[in-house]
Design a binder for this molecule. Structure first.
Ligand code: ADP
Ligand code: MG
Ligand code: MG
Length: 877
C-alpha cells in the first residue's frame, strides 16, 4: 500500500517534495534532537490524490491518518477530547516551495466543550483554556468553514468595549467564556448547525481545507509569480500544540540567524510574551526585539542562540525560525532557509564562503537570479535626499527607493499599476488578499506591523521597497486620505519611501542608477566562471549598450534597426522613402537615411569596444512609420515637405493598411519587395564596421540578421542582395572584412525546415516573441485580454510570452537547433525574445545547448546568474 502519512521521526530534510518544506524540516529538526512538538505529515501526494479523487480523502489515506494520530497521541501521552489531558494540534500547510501567508494554519484543534475544561483542569488556567478555545472557533470558522472573520472580530470588540479592555490580554476568564458563547452562536447562525464537537471531524475538515487552500486565488497568483507548478500540491502537518499564551513565562516569536534585510551576521527577530501563533506577524501588539529575551529569560535565550547556530551550521544557510516558549520551556516550530533582500542574499552568500561554510559554486546557487532585479534599479539621488525632509519614519523593511502616487487599497493600486502609473501602496497593514496590488506597486508603506509583518515579509520576497510600522501615519481607507501631523494627503498625491532607512517623503524624489560592485561583483565573478552560456543584450542605442556592458553583456544579440528610424531628425526621410512612387525616388530618400544609419552603427560599434553585434534588418510593417489618418495637421505638413497633397498621402496610408499587420508585409518581405532598403542597410553596416575597425582597431565581424524568414529561397534572395552590396563596398574601398549572415527563427515553418535554412544561414537567433505568437496563434498585443480566463480555467498556469512554453514552442526550438546543427555543425544559436532574461527559459536554453541568450540591459546580471545556476544544476544531474 502506498504510504501517504509520515510521523516526524520517519522523515528528513531530503524528503521535501513529498513532505513539503515545513514537514521535511520538522522531521529534520526532530532527527537532530531539537525540541519539536511531535506530529505527522500528510504528504503532497495525498493532496494530489485528493484532487484526482474529486476533492475527497481516500479511505486508505484516512486509515493512515488515524494510525498516525493514535501513534502521536501515544508519544505525547494525551488524548483527543479528554477531560484530564486533552490532545490539541495545529494543522499547518507546507508546500515544497515556501509560500508565506498563502495557506492558512489552524491552531488549538481538538478543543470542544469538554476538552476546554480538560485544558483548564490540566493547567489550572481557565483564562488560557477559553482564550485558546475562542481562537480555535474563529480560525476554524474562517479557514475551514469560510465564515467571515469580521463577525468574530466584531463580537470580540463588543466584549472588549463592554469590559473596558484595551488589549485581548486584558480580558478575564469569564469575559472569554462570554466570547466563546458568542462565537458559537455566530457559527450556529451562519451554518445552521452547532460548532463541531468531535475532534476527528474537526481534523479531517481542517486537512481538507488545507488541501483546498492550495487552489485559492492568492495561492494561484503567488505560484504564477514564482513559477511554481500547480500540480505539486501541499502537504499538511498535524502537530501537537504547545502554548505561548499560558501566561507571562510563555511567549512566541520568529527569528533569523542573520539580518534578512542587510545580511549582517547577528541574530535578528521579535517575540511577544503571553501570545500565540500569528499574534507576532499580525502586528496586533508591537513585539519586542529578540535581544530583550536575554534579560527576562536568559536560559531560554541561550538555548535559542545555540539552536539557531546549530541550524545554520546544519543547513549551511541563514535560517528563519519560529519558536514558542511554554512555561519557560523552548520549542522549535519551524525552520527554513530565510527569505532575504537581494543585498542580504549577496552578503550572506559571500560571507558564508569567507567563513568556509560554502564553496563559491554553492554560494552562487544561494542567490535567486530574479532577486538581483532590485539591486539593478535606482536608489534616491543622495543630494536630493539630503535636502528633502521626511514627513515620517517607519521600519526599513525592504530596501530600495520607491517614488510614485499613493493609493489606499490593493485594488486601486493594482488598477493604477496596470494603467502604468508608478504606485506606492499605503495601507494600515497588508493581508494576503493584497498580494496582487503589492506586486503591481513600486513600493509599500504600512502604519502597523513589525519587521516580520506580512507587508515586510512579502515585500522582501518580491524585492519591492517597503517601510512598515510607521505609527505616525493616520490612514483612512474610506476617505482615501493619509494624515501626518497637520498634513493631509489624498489618493494620487506624490510620495516617496526609502526602504533602506524607513524614511517617508511627501514628494517625488529623483533617483540614481545602481552600480555593480563589492559582494555583487564577487558573486557574479564566481557565476561567470561556471556558466557556459554567453549573455548578450538587446540594445539599439549607445546608452543602453554601455549600460548593458557595465552589467556584463558580452555583445548585442539583437539590435533593432527600426528604432533608429523613429528618431525625430530622420522620420522625415523615412516617410519620404515610404511614400516614394518609384525606385528612383526611393533611392533618393534612402541616400538621405544611409549616413544617419551608418552613424548609428558606428556609435554602437564604438560603445561595444569590439564585442559582437547582431543587426536585424528592418522588421515592422511600413505603416507604423506614417501618421495615422486622423492626424490631419501632421499629414498636411508632410504633404508640404514632400511637395504633394494630403489626399495622396491618405491614399498611400490606405494602400498600406493591413487587416493583420503582424502577419502582413513585414520582416524580410520588405526586402523582397524593396531590395533597395536591404542594400542601404548593408552599406550602412559594412561601411560603419570598416570605419570603426580602422579608427579604433576593433576586430569587427558584422552579424547581419534577416528577420521573419519562413522559406529558404526567401533567405537566399535577401542574402544575395547583402553579398552583392558588401562586395561592392569592398571593391570601392579596396579593403575587406569578414561578416556573417544569419536569420531569426520566429515562424514555425522556419523551425520545421531549419535543416534547409541552415544551408544559407550562418547563425540562428530564436525570436521567441513571434515564435510564441505564431505557434499559439495568439496576438501578443491582445492575449492579455483573455489569458486571465485561461488561468482561472486552469488551461494555462503562466503567460507564454513571459515564460517560454517548453512543451510546444520549446519543442520547435529544440528541433530547429538539432536540424540546424545537422546541416551546419558550427552554426551559432541564440535566443533574443523577451524570454532571454527569464531564468527558467535560460535553464532550458542551456540544456538545449544554445550558445547565448540575449535580453534587455537590466536583465543581463540576472541572465548571467541564471546561466550559472543552469550549468551547476546540469553538472549535478
Ligand atoms: P505559516 O506558514 O503561515 O508561517 P505556520 O504553520 O508556520 O504558518 O503557523 C503559524 C504560526 O502558528 C507559527 O508560527 C506558530 O507560532 C503557530 N503554531 C503552529 N503550530 C503550532 C503548534 N504546534 N504549537 C504552537 N504554535 C503553533
Ligand atoms: Mg510559519
Ligand atoms: Mg519578430
Amino acid at each position: 500500500m502506498a504510504k501517504y502519512v509520515y510521523l516526524f521521526k520517519e522523515g528528513n530534510a531530503s524528503m521535501r517534495e513529498l513532505l513539503g518544506g515545513k514537514g521535511a524540516n520538522l522531521a529534520e529538526m526532530t532527527n537532530i534532537g531539537l525540541p519539536v512538538p511531535q506530529g505527522f505529515t500528510v504528504s503532497t501526494e495525498a493532496c494530489t490524490r485528493y484532487y484526482e479523487d474529486n476533492q475527497k480523502i481516500g479511505d486508505d489515506i484516512l486509515e493512515q491518518i488515524n494510525t498516525a494520530l493514535a501513534e502521536t497521541e501515544k508519544i505525547c501521552g494525551k488524548k483527543f477530547g479528554d477531560l484530564e489531558n486533552p490532545f490539541l494540534v495545529s494543522v499547518r500547510s507546507g508546500a515544497r516551495a515556501s509560500m508565506p501567508g498563502m495557506m492558512d494554519t489552524i491552531l488549538n484543534l481538538g478543543l470542544n466543550d469538554v476538552a476546554v475544561q480538560g485544558l483548564a483542569n490540566q493547567t489550572g488556567n481557565v483564562r488560557f483554556a477559553y482564550d485558546s478555545y475562542r481562537r480555535f472557533i474563529q480560525m476554524f470558522s474562517d479557514v475551514v468553514m469560510e465564515i467571515k472573520k469580521s463577525y468574530f472580530e466584531g463580537a470580540l470588540d463588543e466584549v472588549k468595549k463592554a469590559k473596558g479592555a484595551k488589549f485581548d490580554t486584558d480580558l478575564t476568564a469569564d469575559d472569554l467564556k462570554e466570547v466563546v458563547s458568542k462565537f458559537k452562536a455566530i457559527y450556529l447562525r451562519e451554518k445552521g448547525e452547532e460548532f463541531p464537537q468531535e475532534p476527528k471531524v474537526q481534523l479531517l475538515e481542517a486537512i481538507k481545507a488545507v488541501f483546498r487552500s492550495w487552489d485559492n486565488p492568492r495561492a494561484i497568483y503567488y505560484r504564477r509569480m514564482n513559477d511554481i507548478p500547480g500540480n505539486w500540491g501541499t502537504a499538511v502537518n498535524v502537530q501537537s500544540m504547545v502554548f505561548g499564551n499560558m501566561g507571562d513565562d510563555s511567549g512566541t516569536g520568529v527569528a533569523f540567524t542573520r539580518n534578512p534585510s542587510t545580511g549582517e551576521k547577528k541574530l535578528y527577530g521579535e517575540f511577544l510574551m503571553n501570545a500565540q501563533g500569528e499574534d507576532v506577524v499580525a502586528g496586533i501588539r508591537t513585539p519586542q526585539p529578540i535581544s530583550a529575551l536575554e534579560a527576562t529569560q536568559p536560559t531560554v535565550y541561550n538555548e535559542f542562540v545555540k539552536i539557531a547556530q546549530t541550524l545554520e551550521n546544519h543547513y549551511h544557510d541563514m535560517q528563519d525560525m519560529e519558536f514558542t516558549i511554554e512555561h519557560g520551556k523552548l520549542f522549535m516550530l519551524q525552520t527554513r532557509n530565510g527569505k532575504r533582500t537581494a543585498g542580504a542574499a549577496l552578503k550572506i552568500a559571500v560571507d558564508l564562503v569567507d567563513e568556509g561554510a560554502l564553496t563559491p559554486e554553492q554560494a552562487v546557487l544561494k542567490v535567486e537570479p530574479k532577486q538581483l532585479d532590485t539591486l539593478l534599479h535606482p536608489n534616491f539621488d543622495p543630494s536630493a535626499l539630503k535636502k528633502a525632509s521626511p514627513i515620517a519614519k517607519g521600519l526599513p523593511a525592504s530596501p530600495g527607493a520607491a517614488t510614485g502616487k499613493m493609493y489606499f487599497t490593493a485594488d486601486d493600486a493594482a488598477n493604477a499599476g496596470r494603467a502604468g502609473i508608478a504606485v506606492v501602496l499605503v495601507r494600515e497593514e497588508t493581508t494576503p488578499e493584497d498580494i496582487e496590488g503589492m506586486d503591481l506597486s513600486k513600493g509599500i508603506l504600512t502604519a502597523r506591523g513589525g519587521m516580520t509583518s506580512h507587508a515586510a515579509v512579502v515585500a522582501r520576497g518580491m524585492g519591492r521597497p517597503a517601510v512598515v510600522g510607521c505609527g505616525e501615519l493616520h490612514i483612512n481607507e474610506t476617505t482615501k486620505t493619509l494624515t501626518v501631523g497637520d498634513k493631509v494627503f489624498h489618493e494620487g498625491d506624490a510620495i516617496s519611501i526609502d526602504g533602506a532607512t524607513g524614511n517617508v517623503y511627501g514628494e517625488m524624489l529623483p533617483t540614481v542608477e545602481a552600480a555593480v560592485s563589492g559582494d555583487f561583483a564577487r558573486l557574479m565573478d564566481w557565476a561567470d566562471k561556471v556558466r557556459t552560456l554567453k549573455v548578450r543584450t538587446n540594445a539599439d542605442t549607445p546608452r543602453d549598450t554601455k549600460q548593458a556592458v557595465a552589467f556584463g553583456a558580452e555583445g548585442i544579440g539583437l539590435c533593432r534597426t527600426e528604432h533608429m528610424f523613429f528618431e525625430a531628425d530622420r522620420i522625415a526621410a523615412v516617410r519620404e522613402m515610404i511614400l516614394a512612387d518609384t525606385v528612383e525616388q526611393r533611392e533618393v530618400a534612402l541616400a538621405k537615411i544611409l549616413p544617419m544609419q551608418q552613424g548609428d552603427f558606428e556609435e554602437m560599434y564604438k560603445a561595444l569596444e569590439g564585442r559582437p553585434m547582431t543587426i536585424r534588418y528592418l522588421d515592422p510593417p511600413l505603416h507604423e512609420f506614417l501618421p495615422q489618418k486622423n492626424m490631419t495637421e501632421e499629414i498636411a505638413a508632410l504633404a508640404t515637405q514632400l511637395n504633394t497633397t494630403s489626399e495622396k498621402i491618405i491614399e498611400k496610408i490606405d494602400a498600406l493598411h493591413e487587416f493583420n499587420p503582424m502577419m502582413g508585409h513585414r520582416g524580410c518581405r520588405l526586402a523582397v519587395t524593396y531590395p533597395e532598403i536591404a542594400r542601404m542597410q548593408t552599406r550602412a553596416v559594412i561601411q560603419a564596421a570598416l570605419k570603426v575597425k580602422k579608427e579604433c582597431g576593433y576586430d569587427i565581424v558584422p552579424e547581419i540578421m534577416i528577420p521573419l524568414v519562413c522559406e529558404i529561397k526567401e533567405l537566399a534572395f535577401v542574402k544575395k542582395l547583402v553579398v552583392e552590396t558588401a562586395e561592392k563596398v569592398f571593391a570601392e574601398q579596396g579593403t575587406k572584412l569578414e561578416y556573417h549572415i544569419g536569420t531569426m527563427i520566429e515562424i514555425p515553418r522556419a523551425a520545421v525546415t531549419a535543416d534547409e535554412i541552415a544551408k544559407e544561414a550562418e547563425f540562428f537567433s530564436f525570436g521567441t516573441n513571434d515564435l510564441t505568437q505564431m505557434t499559439f496563434g495568439f496576438s501578443r498585443d491582445d492575449a492579455g485580454k483573455f489569458l486571465g480566463s485561461y488561468y482561472e480555467a486552469k488551461i494555462f498556469e503562466s503567460d507564454p510570452f513571459a515564460k517560454l512554453d517548453q512543451d510546444g514552442v520549446g519543442k520547435l526550438v529544440k528541433m530547429a537547433a538539432k536540424l540546424g546543427r545537422e546541416t551546419r555543425p558550427e552554426i551559432k544559436l541564440g535566443i533574443c525574445g523577451e524570454h532571454g532574461g527569464d531564468p527558467s527559459t535560460i535553464e532550458f536554453c542551456h540544456n538545449v545547448g544554445l550558445n547565448y541568450v540575449s535580453c534587455s540591459p537590466f536583465r543581463v546580471p540576472i541572465a548571467r546568474l541564471a546561466a550559472a545556476h543552469a550549468a551547476i544544476k546540469a553538472k549535478k544531474n
